[in-house]
Design a protein around this ligand. Structure first.
Ligand code: K7E
Ligand code: CUA
Length: 661
């Protein structure tokens, strides 16, 4: 139902106040109207005029009212969205869809001083693969930490599909604390998913390769190439992945795709779809079919059903081998012991989403018109009874498709991902058809299709991956935006569309262009679950969580200590000066700047740039940074604050001099 502007106009300024309550309140609002008619928008005539002059319909105005968040009022939800190729995470408010922050994760982020000479360099450096520094990532699936299947607002985990890595973002300060490169895989995709208590962060490989990435010719694909499901142990106390306690489950080279962890009754299990059980490897130059057609020959691929609790036990029992320092449960063991079981999946599957009650897994099919709903209880029974229809070439048992499913839902052309609300509805993104398909989990029937713009990839719902989704909002994460925005050259922004699911019909409320990377997945959490800090403890190093041993807590303790060719500068920053502000070293010296912000007031941030040396750190209140570099270029280098912190911000500067040899 829509707000009737004809009636609302009478209300004048009151329209904004009551419109969210929509039509059911119209009459009451109308009665209140005359008293309230002196609001900022003025008389009804002027609102009508405004609408006419801007070409806005009543529906437009209602959508605007539903998404408008005045300055000073916060949003209701927060989205943590993949920043795609940017290697970052986008933080977006809902319903305003305003961009609140871009968290540097896998790529340096200059404003946050992430990767520019400070402590964060170590985090980024730890993400090297094969000793190669990697400065970009393709972020696909941000996942919030969970407690008992609900988002707890403490951590965010992110995967880098391109380079097979996962990262941990601490949501107390929205800072990336750890990047873990997976030494086994050549790329990943199904990650970074968590089990209901965040015991593990799950990362599954995408393009098969020999585990550990050693050379093997493609003729050895079937024998030597493998997939892997990685279970990264998460130490919540430390807020870090514990690599030592992590393990992997070896998988056949079927090109594993999306993954999800079981919940409630299916806790302890993980599910992964796959799309190239044909094991096609291309060879286009030799006239062989490309992977695209080779991988689409079979009618069925395989959903992988993994009993990770059992795998964990087998690893504890010493059944794992070690590859590149990682414990890997061999495929043979997994097949024999019932850790890994397969079941058919129709035509180029994508998406793998466990329902909120944990009883089913929904898988889309890029070249199928159905979403297939796998019934966990049925699969569990088949596995327990060892009732299989055969084994694959690797000895992994295969369940009968019909016996494993609850049913199939006719969705449309190209169903991908599925999310859930609080009323028993599922929402599937349908790529080729460019719609959101709403369907009933109970009746297994599509009830509504909402055209979106255009070619929706992922879809996301408010608290949608928890055991208790909120409903209310769905976001269509669209790959294309053709005619939606002003033109910005041939690379178009992608388009997040906020969809209101509260009414009888779904409605798009607002388009939000995403001009950073290609987002894939995201999650939406209720704002009040997040407890971010506004300042660090005085002298705190954000990467240790402790007061740094080199922190300078009083200006009078600032000093320069020379020890041979090493110069340690103990430095403070406070409005609007640095102490010391003159530093002279000799060419070739190693310089360590230990820099503490003495500020404690909210939002009082300084930056410290030593520009020609590629140094720039951000000093949030209380924060301590350790900066190290070699003074290998002689000359005169002003250093200065890079955050407009006060009236005398430009004066917050000093000189760094390097005396030539
Ligand atoms: Cu469908 Cu990487 Cu989740 Cu993209 S994946 S859309
Ligand atoms: Cu401190 Cu500008």
């Amino acid at each position: 139902m829509q707000l009737s502007i004809g009636k609302a106009l009478v209300m004048g300024g009151a329209v904004l106040g009551v419109a969210v309550a929509a039509a059911s309140c119209e009459n009451k609002a109308e009665q209140k109207g005359p008293q309230a008619a002196s609001g900022a928008l003025g008389a009804s005539a002027s609102l009508k005029q405004l609408m006419d002059s801007r070409g806005l319909s009543e529906a437009d105005v209602e959508a605007a009212v539903k998404t408008y968040v005045p300055g000073g009022k916060g949003d209701e939800y927060m989205i943590f969205a993949s920043g795609g190729h940017s290697g970052q995470v986008l933080v977006i408010g809902v319903p305003s869809m305003r961009l609140l922050k871009v968290i540097g994760v896998f790529s340096p982020e200059p404003w946050q001083g992430y990767g520019y000479g400070g402590e964060s360099d170590k985090v980024l450096a730890a993400g090297a693969q094969n000793g190669k520094k990697i400065s970009w990532a393709d972020v696909h699936h941000p996942n919030l930490s969970e407690t008992k299947g609900d988002y707890d607002g403490q951590f965010l985990f992110v995967n880098d599909k391109a380079n097979g890595r996962v990262a941990v973002v601490d949501l107390t300060d929205f800072v990336t604390k750890q990047i873990v490169p997976n030494p086994l895989v050549a790329s990943d995709h199904g990650g970074a998913f968590v089990d209901p208590n965040t015991e593990y962060v799950i990362e599954t490989s995408q393009y098969p390769a020999p585990l550990g990435r050693a050379y093997e010719p493609l003729s050895e694909y079937k024998n030597k190439y493998r997939g892997v499901a990685m279970f990264w142990k998460f130490d919540r106390q430390k807020g870090r992945i514990d690599v030592e306690k992590s393990f992997a489950v070896e998988l056949p080279p079927y090109t594993q795709d999306l993954a999800d962890a079981g919940k409630l009754g299916s806790d302890g299990w993980a599910f992964i779809n796959s799309f190239n059980t044909e094991m096609a490897i291309g060879g286009t130059l030799e006239g062989k079919p490309p992977i695209e057609s080779g991988a689409s020959k079979n009618d069925m691929d395989y959903l992988h059903v993994i009993n990770w609790k059992k795998a964990e036990q087998l690893v504890k029992d010493g059944k794992a081998t070690t590859i590149k320092g990682m414990k890997v449960l061999p495929l043979k063991v997994s097949g024999e012991e019932g850790v890994l079981t397969l079941v058919g999946e129709p035509k180029s599957p994508h998406g793998c989403d466990v329902t909120p009650d944990g009883t089913a897994v929904v898988v889309g099919g890029k070249l199928d018109t159905h979403a297939t709903v796998y019934d966990f209880a049925k699969m569990k029974a088949l596995i327990d009874q060892k009732k299989f229809e055969g084994k694959d070439d690797y000895g992994v048992p295969i369940m009968n498709f019909k016996e494993a499913i609850r049913g199939q839902v006719e969705i449309g052309l190209g169903p991908l991902h599925t999310v859930f609300d609080d009323k028993g509805f599922a929402y599937t993104s349908v790529f080729i058809e460019s719609v959101v398909a709403k369907w009933s989990l109970k009746d297994m029937k599509t009830v509504e299709k909402l055209p979106v713009h255009y070619n929706i990839g992922h879809i996301m719902a408010a608290e949608g991956d928890t055991v208790s989704p909120d409903g209310k909002y769905v976001v269509a994460m669209n790959k294309m935006s053709m005619d939606r925005f002003s033109k910005v050259g041939p690379l178009y922004p992608q388009n997040f569309q906020l969809v209101d699911t509260t009414g009888d019909q779904m409605r798009i409320l607002i388009d939000a262009p995403i001009g950073i990377g290609e987002p894939h997945y995201s999650q939406m959490i209720k704002i009040d679950k997040l407890k971010p800090i506004s300042a660090y403890k005085p002298g705190e190093n954000p990467y240790t969580g402790h007061v740094d041993p080199n922190a300078v807590l009083k200006e009078k303790d600032a000093k320069i200590v020379r020890n041979g060719t090493t110069v340690d500068v103990y430095m403070t920053a406070i409005r609007s000066h640095f102490v010391p502000d003159q530093i002279e070293v000799n060419e070739g010296d190693t310089v360590n700047i230990h820099l503490t912000s003495l500020e404690s007031a909210e939002d009082q941030v300084h930056g410290f740039a030593l520009n020609m040396y590629n140094v720039n750190v951000s000093l949030e209140p209380g924060k301590h940074e350790n900066i190290s570099f070699k003074a290998d270029v002689p000359g005169v280098f002003p250093f200065f604050c890079t955050e407009f912190c006060s009236a005398l911000h430009l004066e917050m500067a000093g000189y760094f001099l390097v005396k030539p040899k």
